[in-house]
Design a protein around this ligand. Sequence first.
Ligand code: ARG
Length: 392
Amino acid sequence: MKKDKVVLAYSGGLDTSVAIKWLAKKGYQVIAYMADVGQEADFSAYEKRALKTGALKVIIDDLKKEFVDDFVFKSLKAGAIYEGGYLLATALSRPLIAKGLVKAAHKERAGFVAHGCTGKGNDQVRFEITIGALDPKLKVLAPAREWNLKTRQDEIRYAKKNKIPIDATKKRPHSIDVNLWGISIESGKLEDPYYAPDEDIYQITKGVNKAAAKPAYVTIEFKNGIPVKLNGKAAAGAALISKLAKIAGDAGVGRSDMMENRLVGIKSREIYEAPAGWALYTAHKALEGLVLDRELSHFKDAVALKYAELVYYGLWYTPLKEALDKFVDETQKYVNGTVKLKLHKGNCVAVGRKSPDSLYKKELATYEKGDKFDQSLAKGFIELWGLPYKGK
Ligand code: ARG
């Protein structure tokens, strides 16, 4: 094992480009690791940039399928949403990228891994918890927590001085993280919680004014809680998500604007876009409404809350999260069927659902002819159910 070799999680942006140089100057041999989680970056341009900046080698790892199958769909099945608005796109990608980083370090016989996160965010925690869980012997370097570059302007100056190729002229007003499940936007003007963002902050969803005038109807078929068909056509996970993202985004579905409680104790303003995520979440929940019994359904809602916290907190590779996956999978045996969604001007509503595992019995629910519900039983039921409260 070479002690001075480090595999750095590299995005191609300013922070991690500066990190390459900073590590190289400290005497490390830097290998840049780029994970493809559907961010549609120009990987070959970034590869050149990394090499020019001083990386010895660049690894590009296509993780899209694994991201969808082993992270995104698990979270969907669990119904995980953080604080009512965040479908966890960034949070879900971190343990996977960290896992890729660890694998790359083993292959390259590197003793160190590194990331470009600052000391204020959640991502540093997610990376390091995962690295520690998968290989506690690997040492982690976090240049952005150590260097003396306080602002983006400082970083640009450092880049210029050190001849790091960057798009310094391009103003980047926000910090943006992209993957195929969604987009996270923070900082810049958003740091004022009362500031209403301009429309152009949104990348993949249309505003109500620009959204299609007519509603879009889509059908989504699920098998064991996983979406397998869109509008009657079979589609693999990543392809289904990107097709649906386009339809839902054009209808203005999938935005959230929230104050969020970070792991490190601060509140921050966050804007999210997850058009496919919201559509799938809505459809999945609607199907569960048809097939899960009351007690299972209510209990699962509590699990969803916990699951979202675990993802957000970086606790993916932990016994509780793995146990909850087993519980969730047990519930998803019944989640088979098709949901019809209406997407219109920012609204996403399930307007129809059907399933071979439906628990709905029309002959019991009906107020029309054919009613099989014995109403005379209700009297005794209420008598006993209300017994403890008589005279209260
Ligand atoms: N606040 C979100 C989270 O903690 C998004 C983080 C986005 N990261 C970024 N580098 N812009 O999951």
